[in-house]
Design a protein around this ligand. Structure first.
Ligand code: PLP
Length: 375
């Protein structure tokens, strides 16, 4: 079995690294879950064993993320891109949606919503390269829209809302919809500002194939007629995520990750506060190294830098492939999947919850060594 000391550090943006104890527990339970004689993949989703797994996962997620009771938590499929369609199909009864375009993912969300509603981009930083987030009080918000959409952390561009906007204080009564795929469970969210949040699991929670939807119960209403029933939030909520077969194994792994997160400790803290402090420390370490370097750079405005996904570039772009190849071969353990998104090139380090500070230190040490050899 892989041990922490020999396992490479995996900086993938997603699907991404998971806590080793979770993988080890899943391996041990693969063929026989808790004496049931069955692996989790082999169980009826309506049987008592899986029912217990799902109920515990939801309880632990609610406790870990501090999700209030007025929100339903749905375990769905289709990923965040399917959510980009199913959200307007559920919420856009007036056919008017505002979207804050602050990066590649929110741009995609705006395009998809435009198939179902009249979309206004209340802000769009594409021409400036998605390097900053203009203050929400400068956005051209309308007050008669079905909802306002934003992406709390742009996984590709590395910009993150440090606080969610308070729409009501800005004179907008519409609910806020948040794509939190890549920073859910990385920090505390102010749920009083959120109407609906959603995210694929494969960035910070577990296997691909599971999508979390957190929806304020008063927003649950019959979907538009064109909406597939399996994507009706009201129906899925009514059936407790059991309208059809949910992604059972992915839910089980996510449940192990939630339990791990509740026990996680850092600097005298526990649970989400500990995860957040740990993430702050990891990101600060890497940004400081980037800002001190003459070879590597991050170009995002310092006030909105992501703690989760840190794109960086070599000032000599011709060295990028050498850097990536040598990083993968680094000793004592390799540094994997540091290649930047294909739309941006360069490099990207994703520092999700399961990435230890030691992994970031190993990356920083390797970068400094590389710079001495090539700078
Ligand atoms: C990865 C990602 C998506 C796309 O998710 P899929 O599961 O591939 O549909 C959307 N939004 C954000 C912020 C992401 O990080």
């Amino acid at each position: 079995m892989a041990h922490a000391s020999t396992r490479p550090y995996n900086f993938s943006a997603g699907p991404a690294c998971l806590p080793l104890p979770v993988l080890e527990q899943a391996a041990a339970e693969m063929c026989d879950w808790q004496g049931s004689g069955m692996g989790v993949m082999e169980m009826s989703h309506r049987g008592p064993q899986f029912g217990a797994i799902l109920a515990q996962a939801e309880r632990d997620l609610r406790a870990l993320a501090g999700v209030p009771d007025e929100f339903a938590i749905l375990f769905m499929q289709g990923g965040a891109l399917a959510a980009n369609a199913l959200i307007p199909l559920n919420l856009a009864h007036r056919g008017r949606v505002d979207v804050a375009v602050t990066g590649s993912w929110s741009a995609k969300s705006a395009d998809e919503a435009a198939r179902y509603a009249l979309v206004q981009r209340v802000v769009d930083t594409r021409a400036e390269g998605y390097l900053d987030i203009p203050a929400p009080d400068s956005w051209a918000l309308r007050d008669d829209v079905d909802y306002v959409h934003l992406c709390s952390n742009e996984t590709i561009d590395g910009v993150e809302f440090q606080d969610l906007p308070n729409l009501r204080a800005l004179g907008c009564e519409a609910p806020l919809v948040v794509d939190c795929s890549s920073n859910q469970l990385s920090r505390r969210f102010d749920w009083s500002r959120i109407g609906l949040a959603f995210g694929g699991a494969q960035k910070n929670i577990g296997p691909a194939g599971l999508t979390l939807v957190y929806v304020r119960r008063d927003l649950l209403q019959p979907a538009l007629a064109a909406c597939p029933t399996a994507f009706s939030l009201e129906r899925v909520a009514r059936e407790n995520s059991m309208f059809n077969t949910p992604p059972t194994y992915a839910i089980y792994i996510a449940g192990l990750v939630f339990a791990w997160g509740l026990q996680f400790r850092w600097n005298g803290l526990q649970g989400l506060e500990a995860l957040e402090a740990h993430n702050r420390d990891k990101a600060a370490l890497l940004y400081a190294a980037l800002d001190d370097s003459n070879l590597f750079e991050n170009r995002v405005s310092s006030a909105v830098r992501s703690r989760m996904n840190i794109p960086f570039f070599l000032r000599e772009p011709g060295l990028t492939d050498t850097f990536l190849a040598q990083a993968a071969q680094a000793t004592p353990v390799g540094l994997l999947q540091l290649k930047g998104h294909k739309s941006k090139g360069g490099c990207r380090a994703s520092l999700y919850n399961a990435m230890p500070l030691a992994g970031v230190q190993a990356l920083v040490d390797f970068m400094q060594d590389f710079e001495r050899r090539h700078g």
